[in-house]
Design a protein around this ligand. Structure first.
Ligand code: FES
Length: 102
């Protein structure tokens, strides 16, 4: 059984018909996913950090949305350039990135 220390959810505006279409997708959320994957791999954290891309969280106007558990912290307006700071501060530092929290 997978029991990660952190689980990161990134809205990529996935639809049940398999097509991605929506606000977060239009704002490069796939780039956010790719950057998280790269950072997790480079830091050797693949056993501790799981990432899942999701459908709409219902707050598109604050997107792209990233949600991190176990804390249940929601980040909004995230860009691929913010991923390194989230990894440094939240995942490895245990602190919330206040400027992105919603
Ligand atoms: S499309 Fe991402 S929150 Fe709605």
């Amino acid at each position: 059984m997978v029991n990660p220390k952190y689980h990161i959810f990134v809205c990529t505006s996935c639809r049940t018909n398999g097509k991605q279409q929506g606000y977060c997708y239009s704002k490069d959320s796939v780039g956010i996913v790719e950057t998280f994957m790269q950072e997790i791999d480079e830091r050797g954290l693949s056993g501790d950090v799981m990432m899942t891309n999701t459908g709409c969280f219902g707050i598109c106007n604050q997107g792209p949305i990233v949600v991190i558990y176990p804390e249940g912290v929601w980040y909004g307006g995230v860009t691929p350039d913010d991923v390194e700071e989230i990894m440094d501060t939240h995942i490895e530092g245990g602190e919330v990135v206040k400027r992105l929290q919603i």
